[in-house]
Design a protein around this ligand. Sequence first.
Ligand code: 6LW
Length: 525
Amino acid sequence: MISAANPILPGCYPDPSICRVGDEYYLVASTFEYLPGLPVLRSRDLVRWETVGHAIDRAGMLDFDGIRSSGGLYAPTIRHDGERFWIVCTLVDPSDDARGGNFLITATDAAGPWSDPIWLDADGIDPSVAFDESGRVWMHGTRLARNPAWHHQTEVWVREYSPDERALVGPEHVIWRGAVNGVVWAEGPHLYPIDGRWYLIAAEGGTEFHHAVSVARADQVTGPYEGNRANPVFTHRHLGRGAGVIGAGHADLIQAPDGSWQAVMLAMRASDGHHYPLGRETFLCPVEWEDGWPVFAPGRGRLPETVDVPWADAASPPDAWQPDDRRPGAVPPDDPRWTSLRVQPTQIATVESDDEGVQAWRLPVRAESPADAGTVAFLGVRQQHADLDATGILDVSDLAVGETAGLVVRQSEDDHATVRVTRSAEGLMLSAVHRRAGGEHVIAQRTLAPADTVRLAVRSRGYEYHLLGEGTVLATIDARELDASATGGFLGIWLGVFATSHGSEPRGHVRISRFHYEPSDSQVP
Ligand code: 6LW
């Protein structure tokens, strides 16, 4: 038997959804404005995951143009109908309700290709899908309540979906508004047919400190649903700020081939009880059934720090499987961790080989900067460890005068920190800049001797980001000013490379000769 660390997916993997096909599990999570979107991960033991593809991996599948941070792809659900995988998800543009909405994509292979989206005539977010024994398909999701008495509250709806008509059909049923009186944000619903009944798992309380899991059951998929008297059946909110892990909720259930049950859900590691730069991460939680109800973390009532995996030996992954977060060192261009903003990485960058045959990204400069919600010259990876060194060796010999390239610690357009070089007629200017709530603060600046290559680094230690240029710490940024509890939004930190001409006609490019992501020993904030 092995014991594995919880979270099972560290870093920004919120709103996890899981399904099983034979002895393989598949998981998806939200990715907001980052592309490729919706990573599809596979595991045989629920704790060692490999990214096999991304569901939104082609230019033009969805329109992300201008979508600001924390808009984009929310809370997907993955299911398998016996023949095909289904993902239902929402594209959200908070500034334009007319764009996006709920959609369905399907694939025979989870690695792709995924179909183009079929748009669903349903507003709101957090769609999910369930198949009944007769093969009927039941879509469900969350939206703002139509009843004015429930102003600012949400309700869970269910409606049949016709695969032939590629549309929702029949009447809509509102089945749930949350378990607790005065509840906010009943959301993230998932319906399951289990032992002749229908079970609803839903989040409530909002995806922060008061997040919780409630459960209800009914004889028919359309209800009426009876809430469990123990609701919310799982939460960390009563543990207080000292719990270390906060905000547990948004669960999805899965049954193993041996009949045992687990749930995946999101939660945040916040050592000070408030701040979580790594974002909302995916945790595993044991589930047992008692008296016809699921009990989460039985006998314990909180997410375990390590999960025992008695079934791991029998389910050893093939040798080639290498969990993304345990793959330290160089991040080559074909690594599935690379993401860009609002466009696919290959739409803004190309891969080149150097003289020794080592592949590297060539990133043309763009007029936009990381402060813009447009197409930014950005390539980055999730921060998955509190303590790590991210190092970029950047060939800046083709930067034009006035152009800037560097590393960014990114929360959003308005909140990020950069360590960067700007080419001037005299040489290179090295600077550290903190953009905070939309205001830009130059923290340190010095000239560098002319050079073709610069070495820039972000050293994260607990709640501090040290920004280094050529091995020297230029500035230290407090991570508590960059995390979502300080800035708003739904995201964890991304670390990456950017290049901008500050609005002028771009001329140059930067070559990411090396990008290293090295976790250091302590990995828990
Ligand atoms: C997700 C929803 C939520 O769709 O956050 O506040 C959204 N709740 O369940 C983004 O993760």
